[in-house]
Design a protein around this ligand. Structure first.
Ligand code: MG
Length: 339
């Protein structure tokens, strides 16, 4: 039986695991062609996605068994015709795991097969959130969260291309990256994505509506309806500035005050989103004093298993802007899955 509670140094362990994965991803980008294959759902996966999941699982299991639910499976890497890709993954883990064998790496990747356990505790891992951003050389995030009895309790998000200061543009890529660390009930902390770096706790968000209101949303419209987001922003009126970014980096931008809101109106009305795509960012943002709900204003329910079956879309914002966005969404009738 896996306990719902964690050892006192679990945050340090999670931080070490994410930083190792960040190092692996950076190395792949620097030295290798980013071999990309497309999964059955058309989302891309690369050598770095598999390698990052392997090093995270290995680190989290160093003190014994623990339940882990990760995005990737090694099934494709076990096929004989994928030997080249498998070898590249084994090479890619080396900075963090120098003596790894192919079998150990494949078993580590498949060690994150879950299941999500609503009654107990488990780690949820998205080794690269925003693989499209990773391939493009834009923003992406290594995301890890501990969910205890359906509630995110510890989250660590490594954003290798995000400057650890409030640069005016998120396109300005950084040699170190940014780390976000959140624990339920404590202020969110962030700083450089380096081992031992000092992290700064965030201040409470402003209570007045800022001008302009800086809104972050997806970089491309594959998953989110950018046209509907524009309609919502016209409806709230006043000066608005858009800060597009890939991945859960968007939660981090709001959490550290670089944006005031993150809005997501899903392209796919029917398919519920994966728990690892939101739980880490959700905790980073809520621990920074942000209000996070779905498009109807309902709180997120992380107790349904691997998918967020009870929620549709996302509004993450400082409270005063959150109210305005929900009002606009309701006035435009965009809050329902079935429309
Ligand atoms: Mg991913």
């Amino acid at each position: 039986m896996v306990p719902a509670s964690l050892a006192p140094d679990a945050v340090d362990l999670a931080r070490a695991a994410v930083l190792e994965a960040v190092a692996v991803c950076r190395q792949v980008r620097r030295h290798r062609e980013v071999a990309r294959i497309d999964k059955p759902d058309d989302s891309p996966v690369t050598v770095a996605d598999f390698a990052a999941q392997a090093v995270i699982v290995r680190r989290l299991r160093e003190r014994g068994p623990v339940r882990i639910l990760g995005e990737e499976s090694a099934r494709v890497l076990r096929r004989p015709e994928r030997a080249k890709l498998r070898d590249a993954v084994v090479e890619a883990v080396r900075p963090a795991w120098p003596d790894a064998t192919a079998d150990e790496v494949l078993d580590a990747i498949d060690g994150a097969s879950g299941p999500a356990d609503p009654e107990g505790g488990y780690w949820a891992v998205d080794p690269i959130d925003g693989t499209r951003g990773f391939v493009r050389g834009g923003q992406y995030a290594v995301c890890l969260v501990w969910i205890a009895k359906g509630s995110p309790a510890v989250a660590v998000m490594g954003c290798p291309n995000l400057a650890p200061r409030l640069a005016p543009s998120v396109d300005e890529l950084d040699p170190h990256g940014t780390l976000f660390v959140a624990e339920a009930g404590a202020p969110m902390r962030w700083g450089p994505a380096l081992p031992g770096a000092e992290l700064t706790a965030v201040d409470q968000p402003p209570s007045e509506r800022p001008s302009p209101v800086v809104v972050t949303r997806s970089f491309e419209g594959t998953y989110s309806r950018l046209h509907d987001i524009d309609r919502v922003l016209r409806r709230i009126g006043g000066a608005v500035e858009i800060l597009p970014a890939d991945s859960q980096v968007k939660y981090g931008l709001v959490a550290r005050g670089q944006a005031h809101a993150y809005l997501r109106i899903p392209q796919d009305h029917q398919r519920a989103e994966q728990v690892w795509d939101h739980a880490p960012g959700w905790l980073v943002a809520t621990a920074a004093g942000m209000r996070v709900t779905d498009l109807r204003g309902e709180p997120f329910d992380f107790s349904c298993g691997a998918r967020l079956e009870r929620n549709y879309g996302l509004v993450c914002a400082i409270p005063v802007v959150h109210d305005a966005l929900l009002e606009a969404i309701a006035a435009l009738g965009l809050q329902h899955r079935d429309r």
